[in-house]
Design a binder for this molecule. Structure first.
Ligand SMILES: Nc1nc2c(ncn2[C@@H]2O[C@H](COP(=O)(O)OP(=O)(O)OP(=O)(O)O)[C@@H](O)[C@H]2O)c(=O)[nH]1
Ligand SMILES: [Mg+2]
Length: 228
């Protein structure tokens, strides 16, 4: 839920996905890519990480970023812990810490051997969000670890989204908000599309808030101009 405080606007964005899909690494890389202040966002504090020895997230990671062009806009960016036993904490990170989440980036471990695990986490996310993805909660997908062998393709994942009713036909007015699918690598040295995917979810969350009153804006006049 968008929050207003001292004249500033806070949006909460969440990276969600199966264990070790790369959520924490993505946030670290986003931090490292933006800390020089040359992009649209800049971190305003160090990353907060609550993890186990070995790196698995135990509760959450959080980074706070400020828009460099609209200085009143801040993004609180979280990751959930992927380990299966931590479901209650994932739910808490989604709806309790700071505020309810405004937008979700689903992080897939693209290795084919994890196909079913990714679906399991997508179902869990649908449940936690009460089926509000796309309609009320902007949603995009990162097929991460694309630098590895035997990875799933965009088409494979679109089929999963269709099966889960997270993909709208061209005749549906929500079609323009179908999740963009990014094929990413989160490792800093080989980084691919980490900033670009964040930029897109930030853009969508702003549009839902400003033009949709918290829902996907479907007024044709608005969306025709916005998506050009
Ligand atoms: N090859 C490759 N490895 C990656 C990539 N992203 C993350 N990793 C590695 O995958 C492992 C897990 O990464 P994390 O960022 O801790 O994954 P996570 O999703 O935060 O894991 P949990 O907190 O346990 O849910 C680490 O060894 C990372 O270096 C990637 O794009 N490519
Ligand atoms: Mg993590």
């Amino acid at each position: 839920m968008v929050q207003y405080k001292d004249g500033n606007i806070f949006l909460k964005i969440l990276y969600y996905g199966m264990p070790r899909s790369g959520k924490t690494t993505i946030l670290e890389t986003l931090y490292n890519l933006t800390k020089d202040g040359k992009r649209e966002i800049i971190p305003v504090s160090n990353l907060q990480k609550i993890d186990r020895e070995g790196g698995a997230t135990l509760y959450f990671d959080r980074g706070i970023f400020q828009s460099t062009s609209k200085k009143k806009v801040y993004y609180r960016v979280y990751t959930v812990p992927g380990q299966r036993s931590l479901y209650t904490l994932r739910k808490k990170v989604f709806n309790k810490l700071d505020a309810e989440t405004d937008a979700v980036i689903f992080v897939v471990d693209s290795q084919i051997k994890f196909f079913e695990d990714n679906i399991e986490f997508l179902l869990e996310l649908k449940y936690i969000t009460d089926n509000r993805l796309i309609k009320e909660i902007p949603f995009i997908v990162m097929l991460n670890k694309q630098d590895l062998k035997d990875v799933i393709s965009d088409e494979d994942f679109i089929q999963i989204l269709k099966n889960e009713k997270l993909w709208f036909d061209p005749n549906n007015e929500l079609n323009i908000w179908n999740p963009l699918i990014y094929r990413t690598c989160a490792l800093f040295e080989q980084e691919k599309d980490i900033y670009r995917s964040f930029y897109e979810i930030a853009r969508r969350s702003g549009l839902y808030h400003i033009y949709g009153n918290g829902e996907a804006p479907i007024d044709k006049n608005v969306t025709n101009t916005l998506n050009k």
